[in-house]
Ligand binder design. Sequence first.
Ligand code: GTP
Ligand code: MG
Length: 203
Amino acid sequence: MMSKSTLLKVILLGDGGVGKSSLMNRYVTNKFDSHLFHTIGVEFLNKELEVDGRRVTLQIWDTAGQERFRSLRTPFYRGSDCCLLTFSLDDGQSFQNLANWKKEFTYYADIKDPDSFPFVVLGNKLDIPERQVSGEDARKWCRENGGHPYFETSAKDATNVASAFEEAVRRIQATDDRDGHLINTDTNTVDLQRKSQPQHSCC
Ligand SMILES: Nc1nc2c(ncn2[C@@H]2O[C@H](COP(=O)(O)OP(=O)(O)OP(=O)(O)O)[C@@H](O)[C@H]2O)c(=O)[nH]1
Ligand SMILES: [Mg+2]
């Protein structure tokens, strides 16, 4: 008999060029492309993993960070179980914009209680020596904006990428254990007590 696997939707948000697609590709396919094209709209990839003895299917949604694609990405926010707010450590403006990304997500995903929603913050491109954002400033922002976990990652050399996605799963599980839940991908049954339902829409 197959064991149960839970489907979890995590969404990567952040300015164009911070490395969202690269983080997803590194995690799912273990590859890195130094000349990746900007994303248009959204794309997603699935990854099976086990966290603390529980099997999950992580559905990672990668969105277009450029402002001109705003209307193409926002319809896909609903049903997210966790939001990965991403900036680049060599780009101070992308860090400044985290608050806007959080606001955009909270509005379009229709999050009723942002304080208890699992956000994880990623400072990417750790491998680049010219930093514009210190770990101290990033941690301070996370502390003051809801106590979000913070990871410094490099999609290029794979630093902390798996740990960041695993933390996303832990945060979701902690929230779900509190609220009651879930979707079972083997039986396709839905627990109607769950607050947010994953959606499987596509363009
Ligand atoms: N040095 C370094 N370069 C990276 C890293 N992650 C991504 N890049 C590069 O940064 C550029 C932008 O990366 P993407 O993954 O396309 O960025 P994105 O956030 O998906 O951008 P949009 O799709 O426009 O929203 C690419 O040339 C990547 O190769 C990293 O960790 N280190
Ligand atoms: Mg992209």
